[in-house]
Design a protein around this ligand. Structure first.
Ligand code: ADP
Ligand code: MG
Ligand code: ZN
Length: 472
């Protein structure tokens, strides 16, 4: 059997977190009783006129700037005509040949760039609800603003697709244009996939799997579809260009309809809306609003000496990363603050949403003060860890939980005396060490730590013991 390579391109829909819909004043809030977030405009009654919500344009531009796109100074809305019950007007207002943003990229950790063809704005359709053997339609989602982010067919593995979606999701959350909750459908991917023999430089015929809204399903659907297409080719059959859906009950993809071409949609300019013009000043104003982005934070944290694992964990939540930035300001060893956050704060949140919401009882300053106590050697790490847990429970400062003797630490002379005492009490171990059995050192350090009730600096004690053992 020949070896095959996967080729994929993604169209990702991201619901924007504007308060109101794209062409009317209805709320964009998720849920609600069916058809209660609607008005004559968003259910498409005849004779109404849409008015573009400018915040949608601004969010679209922010998304474009965060992904290195060119922003089109002149852009327009078009009607995409098709008939389906979730679309009361029988057309979706979208963008065709003049999208808001063009030619961007998202870089994967490997350094590979996934090219973005375009980002355009459009309205979401309503939702069909299948219940009691009937199909109902809920237009609450109709007219909610979306951006559609389209990539070039640059993906060569399922892992790359997953990493891209995670990065896009994180970026959009950072810049605040969407909450990107896949389970609520505010981020959904259409995955286009084809296969070709390894080494071939032409693309095969693709299928499009619609509306993937979970990483698990997306992986399973891609695995299945890859195998299906390879089997077809191996049996001398052809892949038919079509739209498919993933059925999570069977674990298979199934055909929905043959793929329409752009000309089937009879695109034309939306006559009820004016051309969208964006000035250089507005673009610069928006660029200035961008926060430090996850990749920039990553580079800076690694530079600061934070390890890969803690860095990756910190940047996954903008609030956590900003908490860290505040706490670490002016510390000699910022990695101490990172370790406290990742080790002890993250473990208190069981879901990603809780971590994103980042409700914490202490201030970054309180963590900063604790780290300073550790840095100056006044408080050792074990005591600090225990104190930190209590701080998180109560919202109180470190000094509430560290006694004067905890904070007094142990002077170098005291530590010397204690080491001497421990050596005197353990003459057998001392003898073994001097005979070459270096492993007994651990036991001696342990004895010093016990003697000081954990207040000594273990590495200092180790150094002192080695010196003293070598001397006599
Ligand atoms: P349409 O507008 O009809 O959906 P596009 O040409 O805009 O088609 O492409 C849609 C998506 O399909 C893009 O993300 C693109 O990268 C991807 N794509 C195009 N050709 C292929 C192919 N042969 N294999 C996999 N993906 C493809
Ligand atoms: Mg498409
Ligand atoms: Zn409305």
């Amino acid at each position: 059997m020949r070896e095959y390579e996967l080729v994929a391109g993604l169209e990702t829909h991201v619901e924007l977190s504007t308060k109101t819909k794209i062409f009317c004043g209805c709320t964009t809030e998720f849920g609600g009783a069916p058809n209660t977030h609607c008005c004559p405009i968003c259910i498409g009654l005849p004779g109404v006129l849409p008015k573009l919500n400018r915040q949608v344009v601004r969010y679209g531009i922010l998304a474009g700037l965060a992904t290195n796109c060119k922003i089109n100074p002149v852009s327009k809305m078009d009607r995409k005509n098709y008939v389906y019950p979730d679309l009361p007007k029988a057309y979706q207002v979208s963008q065709y040949d003049k999208p808001l943003c063009l030619d961007g990229a998202i870089e994967l950790d490997s350094g590979k760039k996934i090219r973005l063809t375009r980002i355009h704005i459009e309205e979401d359709a309503g939702k069909l609800v299948h219940e009691r053997g009937d199909t109902f339609v809920d237009y609450n989602r109709g007219g909610v603003p979306l951006i559609e982010v389209v990539t070039e067919p640059d993906f060569r593995s399922i892992e790359e697709v997953k990493e891209y979606v995670e990065k896009l999701q994180l970026l959009m959350k950072y810049i605040g244009v969407s909450d990107c909750k896949m389970q609520e459908g505010s981020l959904r991917c259409d995955v286009n996939i084809s296969v070709r023999p390894k080494g071939s430089d032409t693309f095969g015929t693709r299928t499009e799997i619609k509306n993937m809204n979970s990483f698990t399903f997306m992986t399973k659907a891609l695995e299945y579809e890859f195998e299906r297409q390879v089997d077809l080719l191996e049996n001398g059959e052809q892949v038919i260009q079509e739209t498919r859906r993933y059925n999570d009950a069977t674990g298979e993809t199934e055909s929905m309809r043959s793929k329409e071409d752009a000309h089937d949609y009879r695109y034309f300019k939306e006559p009820d809306l004016v051309t969208i013009r964006t000035s250089e000043e507005e673009i610069e104003e928006l660029r200035a609003m961008l926060p430090e982005l996850p990749d920039q934070k990553r580079a800076r944290y690694l530079e600061m000496g934070i390890n890969e694992g803690d860095t990756a964990a910190l940047i996954r939540s903008r609030r956590a990363a900003e908490f860290f930035d505040e706490a670490a300001k002016g510390l000699k060893m910022p990695k101490t603050a990172a370790a406290f956050i990742v080790g002890q704060m993250f473990s208190r949140y069981s879901t990603e949403e809780q971590r994103d919401a980042w409700e914490v009882s202490i201030t970054p300053t309180q963590l900063h003060e604790l780290c300073e106590l550790v840095e100056s050697g006044k408080c050792n790490r074990n005591l600090a860890k225990t104190a930190f847990d209590k701080m998180l429970d109560t919202g109180k400062s470190a000094t509430e939980f560290l006694s004067a003797s905890d904070l007094a630490g142990i002077s170098d002379e005291q530590l010397c005396e204690i080491c001497q005492k421990v050596m005197n009490q353990n003459s057998d171990a001392v003898q073994s060490y001097r005979n070459g059995k270096e492993s007994v050192l651990k036991a001696l350090v342990g004895a010093v730590m016990r003697e000081t009730r954990g207040r000594a600096d273990a590495s200092k004690a180790t150094g002192l013991l080695i010196d003293m053992l070598k001397k006599e």
